[in-house]
Design a protein around this ligand. Structure first.
Ligand code: AMP
Ligand code: MN
Ligand code: MN
Length: 331
């Protein structure tokens, strides 16, 4: 893709520069954020499909294990898990990460070209090449925009991976990143061979019994405050143990407190260590939880954000819930 600038000067667009880096990569790596979600995995696998068609020997490594729910995705078996990523990679694609720390432990050669593809609110432009647009519904959409211009076949495998990124990051077309653009793109992907019923069944109707058991434990202790405007759920390691569930099984739990009438901010506290909590936030209406999460060095999007906080459960809860009260009251 080339754009004619003033005076007939040819400008290489960012998409073109990424394509040039991709076709000339001899050891490309694709990675994404810790606690991989559907957008991270779907985007990685779609890009993998495109790069392999270009004849590139692609490696995918994530610092969190692949949640079982995504094992149905085409090429999911190539995803490697390692607590720290290092290797002699020359082009490194970092997908769906608002900042470099979100990857986890990453050591790559200084000379490697880092390509950042992302759609987060105020994401950092940490790449040598940055293909970042907040208005994109998902990183998968941005991957699609890139690779549709490449000399490759957009097959059903690639389409299924892109579709999964869009479906999961729009909350199955519930959130306000559900636009005419994202719905049109979903329709195009169906034309390319995606089976929406199959994907939905794999994502939402295939859960282990332990998930529901854990949800029941969590819901029993759900707390409402600020006259029902803030709802919070706590999942401790003890509850995980009691239910036999794995950490990723809580992925959709926050939708339950959020679904309550009158709730403006929903919060999920998930214990990830002694005195260490992963905090997920969701909002409805005019409450920007990305700003709330930024107060704790996290980030995300207007209506969906997160952070990690150290402290006892009581402390962490109080700090977040107090601030959520102010946000929900528009302070
Ligand atoms: P989650 O609640 O984990 O589903 O994350 C919701 C959104 O917040 C996603 O877009 C994440 O990328 C973002 N997010 C979650 N945790 C963090 C964090 N510790 N730092 C920055 N962004 C985060
Ligand atoms: Mn993500
Ligand atoms: Mn995303």
């Amino acid at each position: 893709m080339r754009v004619e600038g003033k005076g007939g000067i040819v400008i290489n667009t960012i998409q073109d520069q990424i394509y040039q880096a991709a076709v000339s990569a001899s050891r490309p790596l694709i990675t994404s954020h810790i606690n991989s979600d559907g957008d991270a995995i779907g985007s990685q696998l779609a890009l993998y499909g495109a790069l392999t068609q270009l004849g590139r020997p692609v490696t995918i490594i994530n610092t969190s294990p692949l949640p079982e729910v995504y094992c149905f995705l085409p090429h999911a078996e190539v995803i490697q898990h390692s607590e720290s990523i290092n290797g002699d990679f020359d082009v490194v694609f970092i997908l769906d990460c608002a900042d470099l720390n979100r990857v986890g432990k990453l050591a790559i050669p200084n000379r490697a070209t880092v390509i950042n593809i992302d759609h987060h609110y105020q994401g950092e432009l940490f790449g040598n090449l940055n293909w970042c647009r907040e208005e994109a519904c998902s990183t998968a959409e941005l991957v699609y925009e890139l690779i549709k211009e490449w000399d490759i076949e957009l097959n059903a495998a690639i389409a299924t991976n892109i579709y999964t990124g869009i479906l999961t990051d729009t909350g199955s077309f519930h959130f306000d990143n559900t636009s005419s653009q994202s719905l049109k793109l979903a329709a195009q992907l169906v034309d390319l061979g995606v089976n929406p019923r199959y994907v939905a069944e794999q994502l939402y109707e295939n859960m282990p019994a332990s998930t529901l058991k854990l949800l029941a434990y969590g819901l029993e202790e759900m707390e409402l405050s600020a006259e029902g405007q803030v709802a919070s759920l706590v999942i401790t390691r003890k509850l995980l143990e009691q239910s036999g569930a794995k950490a990723w099984e809580t992925d959709n739990f926050i939708n339950y407190p959020k679904s309550l009438k009158g709730v403006r901010v929903a919060i999920l506290f998930q214990q990830i260590g002694d005195d260490y909590y992963k905090v997920s936030m969701r909002s409805k209406g005019e409450v920007n939880v990305a700003q709330l999460a930024q107060k704790f060095n996290g980030g995300g999007h207007y209506h969906a954000a997160g952070c990690r906080i150290r402290g006892s459960l009581a402390e962490v809860k109080q700090r977040v819930v107090d601030l959520a009260h102010n946000y929900s009251a528009g302070l």
